[in-house]
Design a protein around this ligand. Structure first.
Ligand SMILES: Cc1ncc(COP(=O)(O)O)c(C=O)c1O
Length: 387
């Protein structure tokens, strides 16, 4: 059977694979500690669920406008004003089936064969594939772990050329949790402007910063109309399964994305859109509670990992991941971070994700979207196996 070449250009998502493997072991009755998850362990807040019940019970269960309901777009516009001090109109907003879909659509709308797109490593697994599937080439630029994974600017400057069409930024980052400082962001924006290329700012972890308040990248240059901002209800409101994400940016790109969406998924799920409207405009207090819990867990896991001989772990400013390096253990206690990650699952029932899938051979990604007790137990199992 001949499958189209574009499918050969992409890889299956290893994060979802690890989650499936962990679920399989759990089904066999094994007590798996899942540190591979990419979603908060809190329930979707009740007010959001109530809005979904209301939609179901009142017949709001039909197709909506392809790019999202007017109510949800106004809630998004108000949210951008309230949380990010940014002004958008409805023509600048498109709602999609999750932030992933938003990013995919935007890549499809802008990139093609011959284009190059800068992606910073370690990167979220899907970025290179989003770019490759369009026929464009992902150009990987390394970052500096001790500086919250800000770019290596020397390599960035040498990687940009006339074919560079876009730069993808993800701060706070998955998989590192790194949050870039003002200077790094301004410098990347200047470089992008000089080369007239697009900035994609994936801000889906905006509400999860622990040391500094978050600033949306568009704020650094309000006049730059080549910035696209990607947001999602998934992490902020513990709504990963509801599949609502959105993009804000230039109306022509939004129009192009809407055109593509209208011929692929039609509208996002109507019930989830009503729930998302409540999420964005209703009570926001659950976010603060979640953030405080995550901060405590971050401090705990970073400290515990650094106490293990041979592991070194930066303290990331956001998201709910740590990305420790196993470099010092490779060649003596372990063969590679990749092997150790699978050994952790097979021998200790601790699921995590190998750094290689994020472009970094020496690391493993641990999510701390799980209780401190379970993190403690996972660390103990890791210590035992390393002994
Ligand atoms: C960096 C990043 N961007 C986007 C997404 C997509 O999230 P969703 O499609 O659930 O909105 C994720 C999910 O893990 C992510 O980590």
């Amino acid at each position: 059977m001949k499958i189209a070449d574009r499918i050969d250009r992409i890889q299956p998502s290893i994060t979802l694979e690890m989650t499936a493997k962990a679920a399989e072991l759990r089904d066999q009755g094994i007590d798996v500690i899942n540190l591979s998850v990419g979603e908060p362990d809190f329930d979707t807040p009740d007010n959001i669920k109530e809005a979904a019940f209301y939609a179901i019970n009142n017949g709001l269960t039909k197709y909506t406008a392809g790019s999202g309901t007017n109510d949800l777009k106004s809630a998004i516009i108000k949210k951008f004003k309230r949380d990010n001090n940014l002004d958008f109109n409805a023509e600048n907003i498109i709602v999609s089936c999750g932030g992933k879909h938003s990013l995919y659509n935007a890549c499809q709308a802008l990139f093609q064969k011959g284009d190059e797109v800068i992606i910073f490593s370690p990167y979220w697994v899907s970025f290179p594939d989003f770019v490759s599937v369009t026929g464009a080439t992902p150009i990987i630029v390394p970052t500096i772990p001790s500086r919250q994974y800000e770019p290596n600017f020397e390599i960035l400057e040498n990687s940009i050329n006339d074919n560079t069409k876009g730069i993808i930024i993800n701060s706070p980052s998955n998989p590192t949790g790194g949050v870039w400082g003002d200077d790094a962001i301004k410098r990347v924006l200047e470089i992008a402007k000089e080369k007239n290329c697009w900035i994609f700012s994936d801000e889906c972890y905006e509400q999860l910063t622990y040391d500094e308040p978050f600033t949306s990248i568009q704020n650094y240059d309000l006049s730059n109309n080549k910035i696209l901002t990607f947001q999602s209800c998934s992490k902020t409101y513990s709504m990963t399964g509801w599949r609502i994400g959105y993009t804000a940016g230039h109306k022509d790109i939004v129009k192009a994305m809407s055109k593509l969406q209208s011929q692929s998924t039609s509208c996002p799920n109507s019930i989830a859109q009503y729930a998302a409207t409540e999420a964005l405009s209703g009570d926001q207090s659950a976010i603060k509670i979640m953030r405080e819990k995550f901060k405590k867990r971050r401090d705990f896991i970073v400290n515990e990992l650094n106490l293990i001989d041979g592991i070194s772990c930066e303290s990331p400013g956001g998201a709910f991941y740590v990305f420790p390096s196993f470099e010092k253990l490779i060649g003596n206690k372990i063969d590679s971070a990749w092997d150790f990650c699978f050994q952790l699952l097979d021998d200790c029932a601790v699921a995590s994700v190998p750094g290689k899938s994020f472009g970094s051979d020496l690391n493993i990604r641990f999510s701390y979207a799980i209780s401190t007790e379970r993190i403690k137990l996972a660390i103990q199992r890791m210590k035992d196996i390393l002994k």
